[in-house]
Design a protein around this ligand. Sequence first.
Ligand SMILES: Nc1nc2c(ncn2[C@@H]2O[C@H](COP(=O)(O)OP(=O)(O)OP(=O)(O)O)[C@@H](O)[C@H]2O)c(=O)[nH]1
Ligand SMILES: [Mg+2]
Length: 416
Amino acid sequence: MKKAVLAGISLKNAPKQFASVFAETKALCEACNLEVVGEISQQSRSMDQRTAFRQGKIQELAALVKATDADLIVFHNPLPIQVSERISSLCGVNVIDRTSLILDIFASRARSKAATLQVEMARLQYDLPRILHETADQSGHERGGSAYNRGAGEMRSDLVARQYGGRIAALKKELQKIEKQRWQDERRRTRTLMRRVALVGYTNAGKSSLMNRMIAMSTMQGRTVREEDMLFATLDTSVRMIAYGQRKFLLYDTVGFVSDLPHTLIDAFKSTLDAARDADLLVHVADASDPACTDKIAITEETLQEIGAGNIEVLRVYNKCDLLEDDSHIDGLKISCRTGAGMDIFMHELLARLYPKEESALILLPYDRIAMIDMYKTAVEMTILENREEGMLISLKGPARYIAAFRNYRIKEIEE
Ligand SMILES: Nc1nc2c(ncn2[C@@H]2O[C@H](COP(=O)(O)OP(=O)(O)OP(=O)(O)O)[C@@H](O)[C@H]2O)c(=O)[nH]1
Ligand SMILES: [Mg+2]
């Protein structure tokens, strides 16, 4: 296991907040198989332009690296390339930042082809400016003022940029192909007008555990998903059909959020997050036992805005309530995926949100419109009452917007 010294600067956060995000970076190190052998942080209004830490502190960092025999420094804050290089040469070990750490975790977790390609793309996008900087630097050393060499250096930078650009373009193309296939599968599903629910929330909150609970409650069999006590256990969207009572809906498990989720990753995981963006209802899973629960809720809400899912209705649930001695301070739905407590109430609330404003109608559907039955059967409850000469007499119950599709065939409205 590699040994790392964790370094960070508290710039604007309150001390308590910083302690919590700094601890999270430590958890990310562990998720990345790094042993944190030393920690060093500083409160400062701004970052030193040359070495991030100020004079005395940077020497303290170098001494700590030496004393702990660390293999690398993980910097909590994002660093400009020149700064991380300077720290690296002052301390004699490699320096990586939090973004790079998250990229490494994603790379080690990616299983499906799409996730692997998306992670590779995010990595290339992150690395490109760094590689270009290095190439420019090298050619600067070789340059020696000769116009010929300068040209060669620029050409090398161009070449690197083109190679990376080429690979990124190839990845994009391949991903688009996968995306298209996924979209076709999706279309086959949505032809049935099935409602969609996406589980969202901070990483490790219990989204996959909740999915498994709901699969267990469903009258339809479905494979369980992986749940584990580690950050970013889920990288691919899984989807399962859930049947509960008379209702069926599609349930999506999504990748967890984290504070300062690198933008390249948000971009790369757009398709994973599409499930959230296209949902009729989001279930926001929060970990009630986490002291930083409120902050993490805020980060999840911000991220949802950022990915364009800010307008979708959200049902928030507080999970892991079994770990709390007293949960009376929580104002909201309380559940435990471990014990199953609160699950019935949660499911009831979910269905109430998913099928608001039910309407009933009695229709006489002409025989040449019979295809509509197939189209709407999962979204609308239908009872065929009679076969008449002009068509079928059917009683409908379901969401107003679907009932509206039958308006031409209504014969009498039933008051609810
Ligand atoms: N005590 C307790 N532990 C829980 C509960 N729900 C989930 N866990 C545990 O919390 C850890 C994370 O659960 P996951 O379901 O994998 O969390 P996730 O939100 O899917 O996490 P990522 O996929 O990494 O974003 C696992 O070790 C679960 O066993 C709960 O109600 N109580
Ligand atoms: Mg998960």
